[in-house]
Design a protein around this ligand. Structure first.
Ligand SMILES: Cc1cc2nc3c(=O)[nH]c(=O)nc-3n(C[C@H](O)[C@H](O)[C@H](O)COP(=O)(O)OP(=O)(O)OC[C@H]3O[C@@H](n4cnc5c(N)ncnc54)[C@H](O)[C@@H]3O)c2cc1C
Length: 473
């Protein structure tokens, strides 16, 4: 059967866009078969590279006819193993990367309509060329795609002001599990015509349909951006600094990131060329203000807040970027933490959300429990404090092989951390999604009613279960 399907796929897409794993060297396949964290290694029946929405729809219809499952993939930077095939060699990997057109930029409506395979950075640049801002921003922006961003409802560093991918999307074009094309590319900010289909596909991680294009919101470019690093003795001080800055600067506060000492020590170890203006501190906060009135106003606001924070003892040192290069270097520091962790070796990652007010209590109790149960393990704790989102990651104690630590303790570490997250009213996935990594946790921790509703939605939109099976639910 599969040779008939492959022949039909070749006819549809052209042979050069139907890659067969057996015919290619493993290094050419790793970018498709292995996830970014190198935790999951799959093998596809074939890797398909359609050029446009019509080809995607035709592929879905063919796969449906032959009852073959499909795994959509964008830039393959996802962190929960959602975009790589399983090892069976029976799934089709549907790469969206060739859908790269910017279809329309409507400056007066502040929208841009792009295809799913557009790299996030390209979308930011297209907006910038029109004097506008597409604010979604994350460390993987040079390789992740808009389709992947929407399918994971990505967050990133500007959520505090602009919201996550869901809030930045006004419309979608989707190929359904039946192989039909739903054109929902409205640029409307108001549209109360029944159930919100768009919101079903956003964050669905490719399990309900294949996103082929999106209409996204654009914003005016801020006239000035100011970045600073501030040193805090405790996480409670960092939370108080957040509240002080929000009360003084309101929506001008666009970024509020926190990094613990070990996060920055890892960056110093693996990227010693990156300057760390404040040196080692228990907690370092990165703040960013975006101002529509200009640089002098932004600087004045920033300096006044930092002075007040110093007086109140919330911070004990600060460095304000004087140039764009210094500001970029500060962000680079923050964005290098996941890469430094990856250089350090496998670690147990938690992308968790908590009410901001409960973060200090959560960290105090969870740190203490982990230290008691896993002595010597390192806590790499950093993230988007302004959004209540921590990347709370555990690395093996010195002298213990990371892979061995993971194999022996991952389950117990996760149980401990997620129990604490539950106790403190949080979520086990803030922005990375569920994928394969957290599917079983979700089944245990989501309410039975919510799970039942999610399964009913999956059954209604993909009754044959062919779209990214065994992910999410
Ligand atoms: C260094 C680094 C930093 C990161 N920082 C952040 C961060 O700050 N915030 C954050 O939220 N994430 C972050 N991520 C995670 C990742 O970049 C995001 O999840 C991103 O949105 C994934 O996009 P992608 O194109 O790579 O998707 P992929 O990894 O290819 O796929 C992700 C999921 O979406 C599905 N999918 C992909 N394209 C489509 C489509 N067109 N239609 C339907 N389903 C599709 C896949 O099946 C899979 O389930 C980071 C990752 C790295 C490596």
């Amino acid at each position: 059967m599969s040779s008939t399907v492959i022949d039909s796929l070749r006819e549809l897409l052209g042979s050069e866009h139907v890659l067969l794993p057996g015919a290619l060297p493993p290094q050419d396949l790793a970018g498709y078969h292995q996830d970014w964290r190198k935790r999951y290694n799959g093998r596809a029946l074939a890797i398909l590279r359609p050029a446009d929405t019509a080809q995607v729809a035709a592929v879905v219809r063919l796969a449906r006819e032959h009852r073959i499952s499909l795994v959509p993939q964008g830039g393959n930077t996802g962190l929960v193993g959602g975009g790589v095939p399983d090892p069976s060699g029976t799934q089709l990997l549907l790469s969206l990367r060739r859908l790269q057109q910017v279809r329309r930029l409507d400056a007066a409506n502040h929208t841009i309509t792009v295809e799913a395979g557009c790299i996030l950075q390209q979308v930011q640049e297209a907006a910038q060329q029109a004097g506008l801002l597409f604010p979604l921003s994350l460390a993987a922006e040079g390789s992740c795609t808009i389709g992947g961003n929407l399918s994971t409802n990505a967050g990133g560093t500007q959520v505090l002001r602009y919201g996550n991918a869901r809030e930045l999307c006004l419309g979608l074009e989707v190929v359904t599990a039946e192989g039909e094309i739903w054109d929902g590319l409205s640029g409307l900010r108001k549209d109360n015509t029944g159930y919100d289909l768009r919101d079903l596909f956003i964050g669905a991680e490719g399990t309900l349909g294949v996103i082929t294009a999106a209409t996204l919101k654009l914003y005016p470019q801020p006239r000035a951006r100011m970045t600073a690093l501030a040193a805090c003795d405790s996480l409670q001080d960092a939370v108080d600094l957040l509240n002080l800055t929000q009360s003084r600067c309101g929506a001008a506060l666009t970024g509020f990131e926190v990094m613990n000492a070990l996060s920055l020590a890892l960056v110093a170890r693996h990227f010693p060329q990156l300057p760390q203006p404040l040196g080692p501190r228990p907690w370092t906060v990165l703040l960013e203000l975006s101002d529509s009135e200009g640089e002098a106003h932004a600087r004045e606001q920033f300096e006044s807040v930092l002075e007040q924070a110093l007086e109140r003892g919330l911070i004990n040192d600060a460095a304000v970027a004087e140039t764009l290069a210094q500001s970029q270097a500060m962000w680079h520091l923050r964005e290098s933490i996941p890469l430094a962790q990856s250089e350090q070796g496998l670690n147990i990652k938690h992308d968790i959300a908590l009410p901001v007010s409960r973060i200090p209590g959560f960290v105090a109790s969870c740190d203490a429990l982990l230290a008691r149960q896993f002595p010597g393990a390192g806590l790499v704790n950093f993230g988007h404090l302004g959004d209540g989102n921590l990347h709370y990651n555990l690395q093996a104690p010195p002298g213990v092989a990371p892979a061995e630590f993971l194999r022996e303790h991952e389950h117990a570490v996760n149980a401990l951390v997620y129990d604490q997250v539950g106790t403190h009213g949080g979520s086990i996935s803030a922005e990375h999604g569920i994928g394969q990594l957290k599917r079983d946790e979700l089944a245990q921790r989501k309410s039975p009613v919510a799970l039942q509703l999610m399964r009913q939605i999956k059954q209604a939109l993909d009754p044959l279960g062919l779209l990214n099976p065994n992910r999410v639910v």
